[in-house]
Design a protein around this ligand. Structure first.
Ligand SMILES: Nc1ncnc2c1ncn2[C@@H]1O[C@H](COP(=O)(O)OP(=O)(O)OP(=O)(O)O)[C@@H](O)[C@H]1O
Length: 251
């Protein structure tokens, strides 16, 4: 599949008292980590690409197609949310089947595809369970399987693993990386976890407050000469989110 890149061409957008200008290009077949402080506009950026929000000015392009006015279900995009958005009353297999047909009128071939998608994320034995009968990590995998089945060339991930511990997050990153390679997906991955971004991202988009942004190669961003503002942010993020405070030095 020829995965399209994404262009936000001078995209202006505003909520009542917050305005944004996004002007970014996301390369085809690569993972971009979208990072930055709370409220900087990471989710807003993803919603403009997915079509849940419409630009006030400028254009959103996927490949060469201007999708600015296209409704979300017609865009070549799958999105996985932090809450995973599973229907509590539907089985795991049905939740995944919704990715193919919102009415769940699935052909035999589609049922086989659902089964295969669940096998790929290690949920072969749990297809008939309800979401509440799964762990948090397993629920994330159901959401990923559903996104994979939709077979859209752009995958948007909005902190989908924030509630998971490090080992499970690593598991999910491995699944995403495998899917990206298999299907040449263009992936945007919002995360507050520097080590997740470092593990999987080819490029980084760092959104600062007040609409400033920096972008570049992930190796450069995380290397010793990475942008100071980004280094300061991830230093802070490490302290706040991941690292226990160091023990006091003996006097
Ligand atoms: N529906 C809305 N109505 C009004 N303001 C909103 C709405 N959604 C978001 N905002 C505001 O827009 C700004 C950006 O929000 P957004 O959710 O994109 O930030 P974020 O970078 O994803 O933050 P976080 O890391 O906390 O998820 C925030 O100041 C937020 O309060």
């Amino acid at each position: 599949m020829n995965a399209p890149g994404i262009t936000l061409d001078q995209v202006g957008f505003a909520y009542r008292d917050t305005s944004f200008l996004f002007d970014h290009r996301f390369p085809t077949g690569k993972v971009t980590a979208v990072m930055g402080p709370s409220g900087a506009g990471k989710t807003t950026l993803l919603h403009l690409i997915a079509g849940f929000e419409r630009p006030r000015s400028g254009r959103v392009l996927i490949g060469d197609t201007d999708v600015s006015a296209m409704p979300p279900d017609r865009r070549p995009v799958s999105m996985v949310f932090q809450e995973n958005n599973l229907f509590a009353h539907l089985s795991v297999a049905q939740n995944v089947g919704l990715g193919l047909d919102p009415g769940l009128r699935l052909s035999t071939q589609q049922r086989t595809a659902v089964s295969a998608a669940l096998d790929r994320v290690g949920l072969a034995g749990k297809k008939q369970r309800l979401p509440r009968e799964l762990s948090g990590g397993e629920r994330s995998r159901v959401a990923l399987a559903r996104a994979a089945l939709r077979d859209r060339p752009v995958l948007l991930l909005d902190e989908p693993f924030a509630a998971l511990g490090p080992a499970l997050r690593q598991d999910m990153l491995t699944i995403i990386d495998a899917q990206r390679r298999e299907r040449n997906l263009t992936v945007l991955f919002v995360t507050h976890q520097p080590e997740d971004a470092e593990a999987i991202a080819d490029t980084v988009l760092f959104l600062e407050q007040k609409g400033n942004s920096l972008s570049g190669n992930a190796g450069d961003f995380f290397g010793p000469l990475g942008p100071p503002a980004f280094k300061a942010y991830i230093g802070m993020a490490h302290q706040k989110l991941n690292r226990p405070a160091p023990p006091p030095k003996p006097t």
